[in-house]
Each structure stands twice: as structure tokens, then as C-alpha cells.
Design a protein around this ligand. Structure first.
Ligand code: GDP
Length: 440
């Protein structure tokens, strides 16, 4: 995410970091570079100019040049201003109303249908809501099917009327259906076009007026940069929407839309989409995003994701097993699955301060666990709980069953053995014994 921008800002600020004496000249030079980096990232021209002017003013106001660590203060000023630019505070969504109605708007291909599914799934699992998805695209039968497929995948009911050509009616009928059947959130997915056209705008404005939603979200593909910002302006003009959803941020190396949209339309980004899967949705936090852009990682989100997957009961059971020396390959598999649920490896690495930058050219393979999982799946239940019985012929069988080599099986067994020993030591004498074992 935003690799190019992060790189350029890092280079721009590098001159100041670590410099004992900083002159007005190199502050000005740095800010010029920062502005260039923002323009290269497709940030709106006016926004970029205002940004550097504000940072400059603040730098002068705080007498940056005379402070002990001027470089760091400059980085902080840039970070604070980036946060401000992206909205400052985290903006929530309005879920009042019975049911609360959420209207999705945006161009075709922006990721509206995918996001409708992600949001339904998010509300269902995180906020224990009962959402209903509504297909209001009357032009493309495929779009209705697509929403049904998404609904099936996440176990959320989809309301559609394939024969009805009146989207206002469909939306109203859906809300009535929701009231009768105990749904407390209604997510209305509307028709998009490839480009802004009057008929589409009138149609969605009519739906908007008729159903008076608690929340109108504008969905936009982050990779379209300034186009995204211009489309946002047009939709906002007609709908006065409440918030923006930036999709496909996983493929956005520039970041222009994320940085300029708030300052141009004065509406907060509320959610981001970071992949095609249903769990690739995140609440947008401006400060954390600024950290990520400046290569400072996002430890808070990382910890949050870990906590979401953390099951106290499971953890206790696991601890008991380790204490009794019963930690087996099934538990190992379980752990791998927990980690995988936290998100894609590349995404997780990007949240570790410094790691995203250091590993940006390394191809982080999300299938890295696949070989390990295949090996474990090829073991018998007894082999999983008692790995010591795995002899030469068993190894051969496991390797051929999992499509790996005996060498790979050996490697996994060795790693598992080391890990079990380490866990045992951490349980027992704490870190001291472990250090001794590691020869320190
Ligand atoms: P709609 O026409 O606005 O309903 O757009 P869709 O929901 O059909 O999405 C268009 C394409 O973008 C599909 O292939 C989606 O899988 C893909 N897509 C949607 N959101 C994301 C995202 O956050 N990341 C990535 N990489 N792809 C996405």
C-alpha cells in the first residue's frame, strides 16, 4: 500500500533526520520534495500546496530550527498534517433507526457489490447485527446474481425482485420486508455506470429521497487517483453523502485519493477495502494511515487484529497442553489458521514498523503455509499427537501424500521439535532457561 509515496517521503525527510544542524534552506528544500512526492502520488495540486504551506508555518511557529531534534519534529509535523488532511478523527457510521438503512453509491466496477457484502459480514460478526442485502441494479441481471453469491458466502439474506424495473419500489419493499422479518440493517446496493451520467444520478437521487437512509456511502476505487476525487465531487453534489469507502487500497501504490478526497469533498473516509475476500475490510483511521504512509507501521491495528482472533478459552487449553507436553500438530495447524485469519501476510508485514519498507521488494507469499498444512493433513491422527512415531517409511508416505519431499517433512518435524522444546521452557523456568538453551 502506498509504497511509492512512502519511499519518496522517506527520501525527502531523510535529509533532515539525523542532521544536527538544519538550515532554513534545507527545510524549504525538504518541503519542496514533500510536495513533489504528494503530486507524484496524484494528490490534488491545491491540497499539496496547502499541505506544505501549513507544515512550513507550523515549523516556523515552533522554531523547528532551534529544537534539539529538528528532523524528528519535522517528521511529526508532516505526520500530524497528513492525519488532519485525511480527516483527523476516525469517523463511525450511523446505525440508528429500525432498521438502519445504508445506501451504496458509486460507479460500476468501483467495488460496491463486494463492499456491500463485506459491510454486511462486518456488521454481522463485529456488531452482532442482522443485516439484509438489497439488489437494486435493474439493468444487469448478473449484478443481482453476484450479490446473491456474496450473500450465500457470508450467510446473509439477499432481497431482490428480478422482474421489477423500479429501483425505488424495490428498495421500499426491501425495507418493509426487513421490518417484518427482524432485520435491523438494510444495505442497498445500487446500479452503477462506467462513467457519471445523468440518468444514473437521477435514479440514485430518487432512491435516496424515497428511502431517506441513515447512511449514504460513496464507494470508489482508490487506484483511480484524481478521477476518484472528481467522481466523489459529482456524487456528493447530488447525494450529499455521509462518507467515502476507498476500495482496492491493496493495489494502490500512490495514495492520492486517500490523501485528497477529504479535503476536496469534506466528507470522511469511513472504510477501506484491502482485498477481494469478504474479510478484507477495515475501519479507516487517519492517524494510523499516516503512520503507514510514513513507514512507521501500524502496530495498533496489528494488535487489534491479533486480539480479534484471540480466544481466551482456546489459549487456556493450549497452555495446559503445552504444560503437559501434549502440544501436537493439530494445535500447530490451528495456530497457523489463526494467523491466516488476521489477513494477508503482505498486509500484516506492512503493519510492522520498518518491515514494510525493508521487505518491500521481497515477494511475500500468502501460500507460504500451504506446504506445511499439506504435510500435516497427510499425517494420521496418531502421528499428529505423537510425532516421535514418524519413522522413515512414514515420512515417505507423508511426503508423497502432501506432494512435498522427505527433506521438507524432516524440516517441519525439526522445527516442530524445536518449537515444542522452547514452549516447554517458557512454561517452566521462564525466559532464563530458554536463554541458557540458546547458549547465552
Ligand atoms: P461494482 O460494480 O461496483 O459492484 O464492483 P464489484 O464489487 O463487482 O467489484 C469489481 C471488482 O473489483 C471485482 O473483481 C472485485 O473482486 C474487485 N474488488 C472489490 N473490492 C476490492 C478490493 O478492496 N481489493 C481488490 N484487490 N479488489 C477488489
Amino acid at each position: 500500500m502506498f509504497d511509492n509515496l512512502s519511499d519518496k517521503l522517506d527520501k525527502a525527510l531523510h535529509v533532515l533526520k539525523g542532521h544536527g544542524s538544519i538550515t532554513e534552506v534545507n527545510v524549504a528544500e525538504t518541503l519542496k520534495e514533500v510536495r513533489r512526492a504528494l503530486l507524484d502520488a496524484d494528490v490534488n495540486f491545491k491540497t499539496a500546496k496547502e499541505f506544505t504551506n501549513t507544515v512550513k508555518e507550523k515549523a516556523l511557529g515552533q522554531n523547528v530550527l532551534t529544537t534539539l531534534q529538528p528532523g524528528q519534529l519535522m517528521v511529526k509535523l508532516v505526520k500530524d498534517e497528513l492525519t488532519e488532511l485525511m480527516g483527523g478523527e476516525t469517523a463511525g457510521i450511523n446505525l440508528s433507526g429500525t432498521p438502519s438503512v445504508i445506501l451504496m453509491s458509486g460507479l460500476q466496477g468501483s467495488g460496491k457489490t463486494t463492499f456491500s457484502g463485506k459491510l454486511a459480514n462486518y456488521l454481522k460478526t463485529k456488531k452482532t447485527k442482522k443485516p439484509l442485502l438489497v439488489a437494486c441494479d435493474i439493468y444487469r441481471p448478473a449484478a443481482i446474481n453476484q450479490l446473491h453469491v456474496v450473500g450465500d458466502q457470508i450467510g446473509v439474506e439477499v432481497y431482490s425482485e428480478p422482474e421489477n424495473k423500479n429501483p425505488v419500489q424495490i428498495a421500499q419493499n426491501a425495507i418493509a420486508h426487513a421490518k417484518q422479518n427482524g432485520f435491523n440493517v438494510v444495505i442497498v446496493d445500487t446500479a452503477g455506470r462506467l462513467a457519471i451520467d445523468e440518468a444514473m444520478m437521477t435514479e440514485i437521487a430518487n432512491v435516496h429521497k424515497a428511502i431517506n437512509p441513515q447512511e449514504t456511502l460513496f464507494v470508489v476505487d482508490a487506484m483511480t487517483g484524481q478521477d476518484a476525487v472528481n467522481t466523489a465531487k459529482a456524487f456528493n453534489h447530488r447525494l450529499n453523502f455521509d462518507g467515502v469507502v476507498l476500495t482496492k487500497l491493496d493495489g494502490d501504490t500512490r495514495g492520492g485519493a486517500a490523501i485528497s478526497i477529504k479535503s476536496v469533498v469534506d466528507k470522511p473516509i469511513k472504510f477501506i477495502g484491502t482485498g477481494e475476500k469478504m474479510d478484507a475490510i477495515d475501519v479507516f483511521h487517519p492517524a494510523r494511515m499516516a503512520d503507514r504512509i510514513l513507514g512507521m507501521g501500524d502496530v495498533v491495528s496489528l494488535v487489534e487484529r491479533a486480539q480479534e482472533q484471540f480466544d481466551e478459552e482456546e489459549a487456556r487449553k493450549l497452555q495446559k497442553k503445552i504444560a503437559k507436553n501434549q502440544f501436537g500438530f493439530d494445535d500447530f495447524l490451528n495456530q497457523i489458521q489463526q494467523v491466516k485469519k488476521m489477513g494477508s501476510m503482505k498486509d500484516l508485514v506492512g503493519m510492522i514498523p520498518g518491515a514494510g519498507k525493508a521487505l518491500k521488494d521481497v515477494d511475500i507469499d500468502d501460500d507460504a503455509f500451504k506446504g506445511i498444512e499439506a504435510i500435516i493433513h497427510s499425517m494420521t491422527p496418531k502421528e499428529r499427537t505423537e510425532p516421535t512415531i514418524i519413522n522413515g517409511s512414514r515420512k515417505k508416505r507423508i511426503a508423497s501424500g502432501s506432494g512435498t519431499s522427505v527433506q521438507q517433512v524432516n524440516q517441519l518435524l525439526k522445527q516442530f521439535d524445536q518449537m515444542s522444546k522452547m514452549m516447554k521452557m517458557m512454561q517452566g523456568g521462564g525466559g532464563r532457561k530458554m536463554m541458557q538453551a540458546m547458549g547465552r
